[in-house]
Design a protein around this ligand. Structure first.
Ligand SMILES: [Zn+2]
Ligand SMILES: [Zn+2]
Length: 272
């Protein structure tokens, strides 16, 4: 199997597992039709994959192979043991993705694209894939820059991308975990209840819990919110600007960044 097949196999396995669990241990009541949202979120994913393929191919892993051959980047210079390097690269990449997430909330121009992710009226495994194609392209460019700076082993990038993909599906899933397990997991990783707070319409909650994999960045950098104002099953999911399913159709999602976005959520107040 090549790297794309491995990635797709992991994606599919986690997707089906979460989808199955959502039907058995659902956490939050839904307000929008699930099959309709699944279709929209998967269609958006299909467009994202096509766009990224078109522009980049297997870019991040490819870039890591390139920097390895050239001896470019921090880790190619340091020549540390492989295990340590993989461990550090995965952690550093996770911190960088956390910072990227804070930035797309802070800067109104980026929020125009990221709002597509937040406009989902329900959260489930498919929400973890719901991003505007231009945000996906921007993330890819950012990741390529990181790979050139860090010079990580290609396997480290592959592991990070597979973990990020699997975790995004887990943390968006609409599943109930025993409270004690949620508490335990949250010391290290982002759980569905923790990330659901990030998708609340309450602005203070939207601008919290930015982590994707590790929960430690939110705790260490003061963006952690343990509990929402409302109990988990009553959290209103989405953004206040878009409350009906018509407003978040596939076409409207693709056009959303180019429309006037009313006074918003971005951390900085100048989006009017
Ligand atoms: Zn966000
Ligand atoms: Zn999310």
């Amino acid at each position: 199997m090549d790297t794309n097949q491995i990635r797709f196999a992991i994606f599919l396995a986690v997707f089906l597992l979460m989808l199955g669990l959502e039907s058995i241990i659902q956490r939050h009541p839904t307000v929008d039709a699930k099959t309709r949202r699944l279709k929209i979120n998967l269609a958006l994913t299909g467009i994202d994959i096509l766009v990224v393929r078109l522009f980049f191919g297997a870019a991040a892993v490819g870039a890591a192979q390139f920097t390895e051959e050239k001896g470019w980047g921090l880790f190619n210079y340091l020549q540390w043991p492989e295990g340590l390097e993989i461990f550090l690269c995965v952690i550093i990449l996770d911190l960088m993705i956390y910072i990227q997430h804070v930035v797309v909330h802070m800067i109104p121009f980026f929020w125009r694209f990221h709002i597509v992710h937040h406009s989902d009226l329900d959260l489930d495994v498919s929400s973890g894939l719901r991003f505007h194609p231009i945000e996906i392209l921007g993330s890819m460019l950012f990741k390529l820059g990181l790979v050139f700076a860090l010079g990580p082993l290609p396997i480290a990038v592959l592991i990070f991308e597979a973990v990020l993909n699997g975790m995004a599906q887990f943390s968006h899933s609409n599943i109930t975990l025993p409270a004690s397990l949620d508490r335990l997991l949250r010391y290290l990783i982002v759980t569905p209840d923790m990330h659901r707070i990030h998708h609340s319409v309450e602005k203070n909650e939207t601008n919290s819990n930015f982590g994707f994999n590790l929960s430690i960045w939110d705790r260490a950098l003061g963006t952690y919110v343990k509990e929402a104002l409302k109990p988990q099953p009553q959290i209103t999911i989405g953004v206040s600007q878009f409350r009906t399913s018509e407003e978040v159709s596939l076409k409207n999602l693709l056009m959303m960044p180019f429309r006037k976005i009313p006074a918003g959520y971005s951390v900085s107040p100048d989006e009017k």
